[in-house]
Structure formats: structure tokens, C-alpha cells
Design a protein around this ligand. Structure first.
Ligand SMILES: [Zn+2]
Length: 235
């Protein structure tokens, strides 16, 4: 099995808020995308496990995901341990993604940076043959994706690459609204919370879009160089 994008998020809704546009665009071109949530977001003040699972399933449906995985790490305490790296490597090798998306390298929630570190290391180690992992009892093959791109969420970070998502911005906001308990109902019955969040996401996507002359774009950082076969392909 080989998919286009494997997107990791520390909490359900991280990926949707920061990179749903790129995911929708990829799927609209028959691409396959999987989201892997590191935790269930159990420390969140609103919603319980049942409602959060339901919301993540609804968002997955709206996105058209190939699959969604839950790694069951501890919310508020994501650690870059050998055991956790093996869990991440197992998912990478299971889906063999062309590219990997991960949390922002620096952000308001401390889990986000920790998740970024964990995913970066696991993505590299996944390419080493002598690191053994098993899926359903079967030894897995090594797999190295082309690149890990870190999306940009709460804190503003200057992106290394921005992607035009103008045609998918409205759909992206509908996907984010699937997370009712987090942004819409219990969190704020007046719905100001969701409106503020959507406004903030819209502003960020507009700022990134303006730089390349489009209405909306999502931004990403990358540790290695961004490569292209032709400079003319870049906008
Ligand atoms: Zn988060």
C-alpha cells in the first residue's frame, strides 16, 4: 500500500485546522490521504471520548480520507521515547506515504512541538532496515518518505512553502465545523469561539495566499531544501 499523504496531529482537529485545504486538494485529484491522531485529546475541556470520536469520524468523512488512525499516546504528555517512535514508524511503514505532514515546530500547545520532534525522528528511523517493527504479527519493510512538512497552526511562523488552496477554503471551514464540542457548542454557546477561530484561520490563509498572488494558501516549513525540477513550476 502506498498513499500520498500521511498527516499526523497531536490532537484530533490539529490537521484539519492547519492543512485541510491541501488534503482536500490532494483527494480531489484521486490522491489517498490518511490522518493519524497521536492522542484522543482527552485533556480537552469540552466533549468526551465518544463525542470527540464522532466528530473526528465526521471530519474524516467530509475530507474523504482513505483511513484514520489513533495512536493512543498520552494527551498533554507526548514523549519522544523509543516506544512511541516505534508506534509512529509502524504507521508510516503500514501506509508508505510519499510525504508526511506533522505539527508546527513551535506552537502555543506544548504537545505540538513535541509531536513535531517525535514525527521527524520516527520518519528518519523508519528508513533504517535494522529497526524492526511489526504490523499484525508480520515484519514490516523500511520506508522513507520524500519529506516531512510541518504545518502552521496557532503561532505565526514564516513558511518555507505555501500551497494555493483557494478552491478548497470553503470546504475546509465546513470540515472544521465538524468539531462541534471544541468550537461550537459547549465551548461557546454563542458560537463566538468558532467564528474567531475561523477568522484567524482565514486571515492566516489570506496572508500566505497574498505572497503568491492567490486568495488562500496554507503554509508549511521543511527542514531540508525544497526541490523542483523546473523553476518555472514555482509560483
Ligand atoms: Zn493540538
Amino acid at each position: 500500500m502506498s498513499i500520498d499523504i500521511l498527516a499526523f496531529g497531536a490532537h484530533p482537529d490539529d490537521v484539519e485546522c492547519a492543512a485541510a485545504g491541501v488534503i482536500l486538494k490532494t483527494i480531489s485529484r484521486q490522491g489517498k490521504v490518511v490522518i493519524a491522531d497521536l492522542t484522543k485529546g482527552e485533556l480537552g475541556s469540552f466533549g468526551d471520548e465518544h463525542t470527540r470520536n464522532k466528530e473526528a469520524a465526521e471530519a474524516s468523512k467530509k475530507l474523504g480520507l482513505f483511513a484514520r488512525e489513533q495512536l493512543n499516546l498520552m494527551d498533554g504528555n507526548i514523549e519522544n521515547t523509543h516506544e512511541n517512535r516505534l508506534k509512529v514508524i509502524e504507521i508510516i511503514r503500514k501506509y508508505q506515504p510519499k510525504i508526511i505532514l506533522a505539527n508546527a515546530v513551535f506552537d502555543r500547545h506544548s504537545d505540538h512541538k513535541k509531536a513535531a520532534d517525535l514525527i521527524r525522528e520516527a520518519s528518519f528511523l523508519s528508513g533504517l532496515r535494522k529497526i524492526e517493527t511489526y504490523h499484525q504479527g508480520k515484519a514490516q519493510h523500511k520506508w522513507r518518505s520524500r519529506a516531512v512538512y510541518n504545518y502552521i497552526q496557532d503561532y505565526f511562523i514564516k513558511p518555507d512553502v505555501v500551497v494555493d488552496i483557494s478552491d478548497f477554503f470553503n470546504q475546509k471551514t465546513e470540515v472544521i465545523k465538524a468539531y462541534e464540542t471544541q468550537f461550537l457548542t459547549a465551548a461557546d454557546p454563542s458560537a463566538v469561539g468558532i467564528l474567531n477561530l475561523l477568522k484567524q484561520i482565514e486571515s492566516t490563509n489570506q496572508i500566505f495566499g497574498r505572497a503568491i498572488g492567490v486568495k488562500y494558501a496554507e503554509g508549511f516549513t521543511c527542514e531540508r531544501y525544497i526541490g523542483t525540477k523546473d523553476l518555472m513550476d514555482l509560483i
